[in-house]
Every structure is written in structure tokens, then in C-alpha cells.
Design a binder for this molecule. Structure first.
Ligand SMILES: [Zn+2]
Length: 341
């Protein structure tokens, strides 16, 4: 197999499943830590590299929460958002739907209107200065229950920032049944937002069915266990419901035991639209380019196949038709020029 990494690095890409705070790279965390010297997080990037070396999933949660603790003011929110876009631009990501959990910030006392203004200001600057188009998915942190669901739905519907396109549900799945969130998804969908809950990551295919029937999911975050239910795979394929696959994340969270046995092959073989994503990239020691390389290896793709994966993400996005066409054309032009070298 040829090394596809140089091709992937330059390929224009869209990302549909990536978390806001989970995208804070050591560089960004160092900047935030320097703003808050009382934090236990080191502000020195070389010390941070060690800090970011995860020993297990509990350690990941600990680091994640210590980064949450660094987001204390609207200026922190603005800095994080813009710097995440800068990391995306370096990977030639042209468009991303960033999953934002406003409840984590408003609960900590950040003014809700100031929070919205901060992400919107960063979004516009990212588009103007970096050429990265950002849209938001506001997600319910499932572990925080119905209070968080109520607050997230209210923020999404009443304060709806211009860049908001979808409504999600994250956090643990075990012990957090999807159907209880139906009223909140109904409100968001009635307000014109798309439904994109996480499901079938650490629980079985019934969770994916619940997401489809109760939460009216248009895409599924992960959906890893769908491959255990042929009827579900057929349903996803027939209704063109994309899965947001995050291979390295699935290994880090032990949703999948080993990368070589990742079910992405079965998903593709069943005709399900598959997109490749990075989830919480620095925290899982990855980035979108690495995830594309992993998918290319597992699916035995050549350059055209990888370009096809990139176009799947554009097609499955909630970008307007003109925007989709622009990025798809860029992917085609890049691929044609690469193959004609
Ligand atoms: Zn996720």
C-alpha cells in the first residue's frame, strides 16, 4: 500500500463529529493555563505533553474536566474556539460542525449571552482569517440529566446563535436511556434544528433504534454497535442515515477492542453512509488526518477512495447546497491534480 498521508494532509475535508473542549490541544491548554495560574494544569507545553499522555479512560476524564475548569470567561471561550479552528486549518479542514456543550459553561457562571457572542465572534473570525467554516451542534451532556436537557434546549431555541444547525446528546450511554430526551429533541427539531445524538457507542443496537424512533436522528454519533443488527444496518442504508465513525476514539473508550477489528468495514459493506471523524482529537492522541489514514488502511482505499470518504462527510453535513458543492469541487480538483502529478 502506498503511503496516503501526504495526500490526506492536503485533501480538503469536512468534520462532523468533534467536540469543542475535547479539541483543546496542548498548545491551546497551555495558553488557557497561563491565563489562570491558580489551575493545577501546567502552562508549559513540554510538561503538558506528559500531562496529555493518558494511562486509562479515568485519566482521560480527569484531564477533560481539568480543561473544562480552564474555561472560565467569555474570552476563554473565544480563545478556545478560534484556536481549535486554527488547528483545523492546519489539517485542511474546510468545514466543521463543532459539538458545543453550553451547559458546562453556563452552569459555571459564564453569562449565556456572552457565551453565544464569544463562539459567534470566533466563528466569523475563523471563516474570515482561516477559511474554516464552523457550525454548531449544541449537545445535552447526558450524565447531567433532564436539568441539562432543559437548559440546553432553552439555550438552543431561545438564544439560537446564527451558526447553530443541530442538537445532540453526548456523555455516557449506559444508564442514560435515550427516550427520556424526546421532549427536548422535539423542541429543537420544531425550531428547525437537525437531530444528531450519540448512540450505539458503548451500548447495543437498541440505543440506535431509540435515537432513530424517539429522537428522530438524522445522523448517528458513533453507531458502532449497529453492525450487530442486520435489520438496523439495512434501515440506515435504505434511509441514507450516516454514521459518524471515530476509530481511534472507539479504541480509547474501549467501545471496540482492537483497531484491526473495527466494524467500519461491515458498515461500508452494508451500504451505510460512513463519515470519518476525530471526536476529542488531542485527548485521544489523534487528529482528523490520522483518522483518515486509519480508515484508508482498514477499508483498503486508494486516493480516490479516500476522496470519496471526504465527500461523504460533505454530503452528510448540514451545510447549504452551494457550500457543499464548493467543497466537493475542491476535493475533486485536488484529487485530479494529485493523480496527474
Ligand atoms: Zn462524541
Amino acid at each position: 500500500m502506498p503511503d496516503l498521508r501526504p495526500f490526506i494532509a492536503g485533501l480538503p475535508k469536512a468534520e462532523l463529529h468533534v467536540h469543542h473542549i475535547g479539541s483543546a490541544s496542548p498548545r491551546i491548554v497551555a495558553e488557557l493555563a497561563a491565563r489562570h495560574p491558580d489551575s493545577k494544569v501546567p502552562a508549559d507545553p513540554s510538561a503538558l505533553a506528559d500531562y496529555f499522555t493518558f494511562t486509562d479512560f479515568a485519566h482521560f476524564i480527569e484531564v477533560y474536566l481539568s480543561v473544562v475548569d480552564l474555561i472560565r470567561t467569555p474570552e476563554d471561550v473565544r480563545l478556545l474556539t478560534f484556536e481549535v479552528a486554527r488547528d483545523m486549518a492546519r489539517q485542511n479542514i474546510r468545514y466543521a460542525e463543532l459539538t458545543v456543550t453550553p451547559f458546562s459553561s453556563t452552569r459555571r457562571g459564564i453569562d449565556e449571552k456572552a457565551f453565544m457572542a464569544a463562539i459567534e465572534d470566533a466563528r466569523k473570525a475563523a471563516e474570515d482569517e482561516l477559511g474554516v467554516v464552523l457550525r454548531w451542534c449544541f449537545d445535552i451532556p447526558g450524565e447531567a440529566g433532564l436539568e441539562a436537557a432543559e437548559e440546553t434546549a432553552r439555550l438552543a431555541v431561545d438564544l439560537r446563535p446564527e451558526g447553530l444547525v443541530s442538537f445532540g446528546l453526548g456523555g455516557p450511554e449506559i444508564g442514560v436511556p435515550r427516550p427520556q430526551f424526546k421532549p427536548y429533541f422535539d423542541r429543537a427539531i420544531d425550531a428547525g434544528l437537525h437531530s444528531v445524538p450519540h448512540a450505539g457507542e458503548t451500548t447495543g443496537p437498541q440505543t440506535v433504534w431509540d435515537a432513530l424512533t424517539e429522537l428522530r436522528a438524522e445522523r448517528i454519533g458513533h453507531g458502532t454497535s449497529s453492525v450487530r443488527d442486520p435489520e438496523l444496518l439495512a434501515h440506515l442504508a435504505e434511509h441514507r442515515i450516516p454514521l459518524e465513525v471515530c476509530p481511534t476514539s472507539n479504541i480509547a473508550t474501549r467501545a471496540v477492542a482492537d483497531l484491526d477489528r473495527h466494524p467500519i468495514r461491515e458498515m461500508v459493506a452494508a451500504g451505510v453512509p460512513v463519515t470519518v471523524n476525530s471526536d476529542d482529537p488531542p485527548m485521544f492522541g489523534t487528529d482528523l488526518n490520522t483518522e483518515y489514514a486509519v480508515a484508508a488502511r482498514l477499508l483498503e482505499l486508494d486516493e480516490r477512495g479516500v476522496a470519496g470518504l471526504a465527500k461523504n462527510a460533505v454530503e452528510a453535513s448540514f451545510l447549504d447546497p452551494a457550500g457543499k458543492e464548493r467543497i466537493a469541487a475542491e476535493i475533486d480538483a485536488y484529487t485530479a491534480a494529485w493523480l496527474a502529478r
